[in-house]
Design a protein around this ligand. Structure first.
Ligand code: GLU
Length: 452
C-alpha cells in the first residue's frame, strides 16, 4: 500500500484525489488509469538527511532535512521548501503529491517535489538562518540541479532564505545556474514571482465570479487568512480591484474589521509585510484603530457576511464548523491560496451545497488549481534562466493571467467530460482539476514506460 499508517496528511491528500477520480467516470472509461494512480502514489525518491548548524550562543543544533522527489514525468522535480517545526515526511509527501498535479495544471514542463526541515525560523537571527541554510544546502545540493530538481520557497522560506541557499549551492558546486526559483532580481529572479501566488489566486477567483455571473471583485467583501507572502499579495490585488479585505491572521490570532465600509489598505499591508519580514506577530500591528484582534483564532467565524473566503495560511485551516458558518453567512466562493487549506469535511460540505443549491451555491476551488500561479511563475523564471534573459513585468503578468485561465478551463473541461453535473449546477472544480492534472501526468508516465 502506498500510504503508511503514520502519514495522516498524505493520506488525506491522496484520498481527496483518489475519491474524486473514483466518483467520476474516469476509471469506467479508462480502467488502466487505476494502475497509474497506484504507481504515482509512491515518490520516485525520498532523500532524508541531518542538518547540523551552530546557533548564536555557539551551541550545536540539529534538524531533520528532507526532499521528496515525487514525480518527474513532466519535467524536473519542482516545488518549494518548507521550514517549520511541524515538518515531517507525511506533510512533505502530501505537499509533493499535490504539487505534481498542480504543476501539470500550469501547462509548463515541471515535475513535482517538495522539501524542507523541522527547523523553526521564528526568533532566529539572520546569522542563524544563514548558517542553517548553508548546512541544509551542503547535503541538498548533491541531489538537485537546474535540470534535475528546482526547489523554491514555501512557509518559512522567502527571498532571504533563497539567497542563502543559492549562495551555498553556487559556492559548493561551483555553478551559477537556475537551481532555485524566487531568486533576487539581479541574480536570476523573475519579476512578479513574489506576487504570483496571491495575484494568480485573485485572477482565478475573478474567472469563477465571471462564470457565476457575479461581475468582478469591485464591491465584494473578502475574508483572507494568513499574513505571509500569499495573503499579502492576494489582499493587495483584491484591494486594487475594488474589493474590501476584512481579515488577515497568523498563528497567534486574527485581525478582523467589523465596519461595513472598512477594509485593510495597501499601507496596512505594507506595515504587516515589514512586521513579517522581521518575523514578528500580527499582534504588533497598530493599524488605524478599526480592527479587532482575536487571540488564537482563525478569522472565518468572526468576519460576518462575506462574499469570498481565501484561506492563505496553511493546511486544514477551514473546519466543517467554520465552513458551515461561511455558508450561513452567504459566502459563495472559497478558493485556497494555501495547500489543502480546507479539511475533507469542509470540502464535502461545499460540494454537497454545490450539488443541491444550483447556481446560488458556494463554489469551492482547490489549492492545486487556485494557487498554481506561484509555481507557474517559478516555471517562467526557469524559462528566463534558460534563455539568460529577463522578461518585463507586463509579459510575466500576462502569461500568469493566461496560465490561470488555462488551469480554470482545464478543470471545467474535465468536469464536463467526466463528472455528472445536473442542469443549473456549478461544475466541480475539485474533481475537474484533479482529473485534468492526473490525466496529463498519467499519460506522460505511460509514454515513458513508468506503468503499462
Ligand atoms: N511553494 C509553492 C507552492 O506550493 C511554490 C513552489 C515553487 O515555486 O516551486 O506551489
Amino acid at each position: 500500500m502506498a500510504i503508511l499508517p503514520t502519514e495522516p496528511e498524505f493520506e488525506q491528500a491522496y484520498n481527496e484525489l483518489a475519491t474524486t477520480l473514483e466518483n467520476s467516470t474516469l476509471f469506467q472509461k479508462h480502467p488502466e488509469y487505476r494502475t497509474a494512480l497506484k504507481v504515482s502514489a509512491i515518490p520516485e525518491r525520498v532523500i532524508q538527511f541531518r542538518v547540523v548548524w551552530e546557533d548564536d550562543a555557539g551551541n550545536l543544533q540539529v534538524n531533520r532535512g528532507y526532499r521528496v522527489q515525487f514525480n518527474s514525468a513532466l519535467g524536473p522535480y519542482k516545488g518549494g521548501l518548507r521550514l517549520h517545526p511541524s515538518v515531517n515526511l507525511s506533510i512533505l509527501k502530501f505537499l509533493g503529491f499535490e504539487q505534481i498535479f498542480k504543476n501539470a495544471l500550469t501547462g509548463l514542463s515541471m515535475g513535482g517535489g517538495k522539501g524542507g526541515a523541522d527547523f523553526d525560523p521564528k526568533g532566529k537571527s539572520d546569522g542563524e538562518i544563514r548558517r542553517f541554510c548553508t548546512s541544509f544546502m551542503r547535503e541538498l545540493g548533491k541531489h538537485i540541479g537546474a535540470d534535475t530538481d528546482v526547489p523554491a520557497g514555501d512557509i518559512g522560506v522567502g527571498g532571504r532564505e533563497i539567497g542563502y541557499l543559492f549562495g551555498a549551492y553556487r559556492k559548493d558546486r561551483n555553478k551559477f545556474e537556475g537551481v532555485l526559483t524566487g531568486k533576487g532580481l539581479s541574480w536570476g529572479g523573475s519579476l512578479i514571482r513574489p506576487e504570483a501566488t496571491g495575484y494568480g489566486l485573485v485572477y482565478y477567483v475573478d474567472l469563477m465570479l465571471q462564470h457565476m455571473g457575479k461581475g468582478g471583485f469591485a464591491g465584494k467583501r473578502v475574508a483572507i487568512s494568513g499574513s505571509g507572502n500569499v495573503a499579502q499579495y492576494a489582499a493587495l490585488k483584491c484591494i486594487e480591484l475594488g474589493a474590501t479585505v476584512v481579515s488577515l491572521s497568523d498563528s497567534t490570532g486574527a485581525l478582523v474589521l467589523d465596519g461595513a465600509e472598512d477594509s485593510f489598505t495597501p499601507e496596512d499591508i505594507s506595515a504587516i509585510m515589514s512586521l513579517k519580514e522581521k518575523r514578528k506577530a500580527i499582534t504588533e500591528f497598530s493599524g488605524n484603530g478599526k480592527h479587532r484582534y482575536i487571540a488564537g483564532a482563525r478569522p472565518w467565524v468572526y468576519v460576518g457576511k462575506v462574499d469570498i473566503a481565501l484561506p492563505c495560511a496553511t493546511e486544514n485551516e477551514v473546519s466543517k464548523e467554520e465552513a458551515e458558518v461561511l455558508v450561513r453567512n452567504g459566502c459563495y466562493v472559497v478558493a485556497e491560496g494555501s495547500n489543502m487549506g480546507c479539511t475533507q469535511e469542509a470540502i464535502d460540505l461545499f460540494e454537497a451545497e454545490r450539488q443541491t443549491k444550483g447556481s446560488s451555491a458556494i463554489w469551492y476551488a482547490p489549492g492545486k488549481a487556485a494557487n498554481c500561479g506561484g509555481v507557474a511563475v517559478s516555471g517562467l523564471e526557469m524559462a528566463q534562466n534558460s534563455q539568460r534573459l529577463r522578461w518585463t513585468r507586463e509579459v510575466v503578468d500576462e502569461r500568469l493571467k493566461d496560465i490561470m485561465k488555462d488551469a480554470f478551463e482545464a478543470g471545467l473541461k474535465s468536469a464536463a467530460e467526466y463528472v455528472e453535473t445536473k442542469e443549473g449546477e456549478l461544475p466541480s472544480l475539485v474533481a475537474g482539476s484533479n482529473i485534468a492534472g492526473f490525466i496529463k501526468v498519467a499519460e506522460a508516465m505511460h509514454d515513458q514506460g513508468d506503468w503499462w
